[in-house]
Design a protein around this ligand. Sequence first.
Ligand code: CTP
Length: 422
Amino acid sequence: MLSGKKVIIGVSGGIAAYKTASLVSALKQAGADVYVLMTKNAEKFVGRMTFEALSGHRVITDTFDSEEYIIPHIALAKTADLFMVAPATADVTAKLANGIADDALTSTFIASDCVKAVVPAMNVKMYENPATQENIAKLKSHGVRVLEPDTGHLAEGISAKGKMPEPSILYRYIEYLISYGRDLEGKKIVITAGPTRESLDPVRFITNRSTGKMGYALAKVAAARGAETVLISGRVNELSDNVTNSVLIGEKSVDGVITPIGVKKIEVESAEDMFKAVKAEYKDADCMIMAAAVADFRPDTVAKDKIKKSELSEGAKGSEGNDISLQLERTEDILLWLGKHKKKDLKLVGFSMETRDLIENSEKKLREKNADMIIANSLKKKGAGFGTDTNIITIIKEGEITELPLMTKEEAALEILDEIFG
Ligand code: CTP
């Protein structure tokens, strides 16, 4: 979603500058037009050649050294979508906060009116120093986004706050800031995602094949479009930063999801937990999207201790003495409940996953659950359904059926949100 975006990356003289090279590479691979501005000190940590090779443009350090740009800070500043300074040392943070423009990086920053983000990274004492904290507060009051440093191993050998977040996080933050317009600002969207787990005993549970990818894609796009986004998620395979770094731009299909930036995530386990979380969030919501694969049944009793084969009562054993029958009871149908309790202006969206009679079954769900829209997908179609990064969806509204072609789940999320709020 960064294809064609013009991004300026400012690099100042901190040890984390080497990580910024991966960020520039990922942005470039995603199709962004990337320009790097370095301070003189930054060149002591990473050579300009590295950034020139990765970005495909000359690195600008001095306000007057560019052949490409006669007045570089004005030419670049006018056309960029985003300017991120990563890492920002204490010195550069102070300059940016106070309008000091004594080199190409700081001059261009002050001349830009695009989205701006600063990523401070420094020694913990420098970071905690009241002067730095005041500068950070000042930047925020100017509308500059400040990405807080992580706590972790610092160059001086201790573990403390001050470490620059991983390039994958910076990349996702940029995606969050500029992938889409902020047209959903002021809306609250609640999304359920993933499978639920219904316990049998402390060791075992019943679940389904949902990976949460569709719900997480919806949350990512909703947040990036400016909505207050609540993601109520069952247990999913969450990718660690180490993994996301190696698949930085999501080109490779990986088995797992990434919690999107800017989302309030509520983790739940069972259908009952999900129902409670939905009830706590729906009242002031503008839109509820039920993308979770909620278990329809749960064991009617949950054993306190692990069920032992040797301790099964005669009645629980099957005819051979080795089998066991489970008694299941219905869970609450959350979408149905919302359909009964929704206020007039709430947009209620359900999903429907079928293996046969997709349209008829989905239209039935639309009516019976009093939803405004059902997103139907067939498990039989290649590229749709559980675990894939793509989907083939049909959007069903009262008297209207829109079939969409194969697309990524993020593109599908964009279409769904356009349809809801369009
Ligand atoms: N859903 C829900 N609570 C449940 C079961 C389902 O909120 N206990 C929601 C899902 O999140 C989805 C929609 O209902 O948005 C449809 O779910 P699905 O399981 O496909 O359909 P069901 O109505 O449960 O019908 P069936 O299982 O018979 O297909």
